[in-house]
Design a binder for this molecule. Sequence first.
Ligand code: NAD
Length: 260
Amino acid sequence: MDERSRHEEQFALQGRVALVTGSARGIGWGIARGMAEAGAHVVLNDLRQDALEPRLEELRAAGLEGSACAFDVTDEAAVAAGVATVVAARGRVDILVNNAGIQTRKRFVEFSYDEWRAVIDTHLNGAFLATRAVLPHMIANRFGRIIMIGSVAVQSPKPQIPAYAAAKGGVTSMVRALAVEVAPLGITCNVIAPGYIATEFTRALHTDEAFTERLMERVPAGRWGLPQDIAPAAVYLASAAGAFVNGSVLTVDGGFLACG
Ligand SMILES: NC(=O)c1ccc[n+]([C@@H]2O[C@H](COP(=O)([O-])OP(=O)(O)OC[C@H]3O[C@@H](n4cnc5c(N)ncnc54)[C@H](O)[C@@H]3O)[C@@H](O)[C@H]2O)c1
């Protein structure tokens, strides 16, 4: 094998099965598409099957491999059944990306307990449920790559996202705790912390010119991020090249956090 092929193989996901939660759109879809382009069979997940069908069509049209498995990451039984279906169909899950997320923006004292719980449930408990469901299969194969989508909000929160910042902080800590447990089993567990990425999630912000102007004073790259900016980081962590990265946070933010 020549040098170039050896290099490409390091970053390839050929033969891997990757489950990406919340991948009907936004960052999750960007990651799923990136992983499919790297050779993985991607299992798209979101709340509704009909939201996944057009994405499957896009994969097929591009000659890429994928299937769909809709479930709600906060529903313990549905997560277990969904992962069991994937394992029955594909034989295993090599890569899990815990990406599904929601946001509620309001002041701390205005949060109802239900609103608070919904955010924590989706980001933190959902990631726990999906990870717990895939782990036995990864342990049996002595291979696994778990990637959680964190946020720069852990270190630099804006007002009115207390539940989100708490959930992402929990996810970041959970990764470190899990990494020390599963590293000896051939499994890595890392966080990608995106900066400000233009998706539906941030529509109210990236369509607000005044907000964008203020934000750009803090983003040295001088632009909003795109899902395509996050996908290569996920491919890297999932690939052979990322084998020794464990319990880490990979920040992809155009320099936002470096700006203080
Ligand atoms: N956009 C940003 O600036 C940004 C920055 C940092 C982190 N993130 C994180 O990245 C992830 C993706 O964000 P995005 O911007 O692509 O958001 P998005 O709203 O565009 O996509 C989120 C997807 O998750 C799905 N989802 C929500 N709840 C679910 C559930 N219970 N079960 C299954 N699927 C569910 C939604 O239907 C949607 O398709 C989130 O975890 C978010 O917190 C986003």
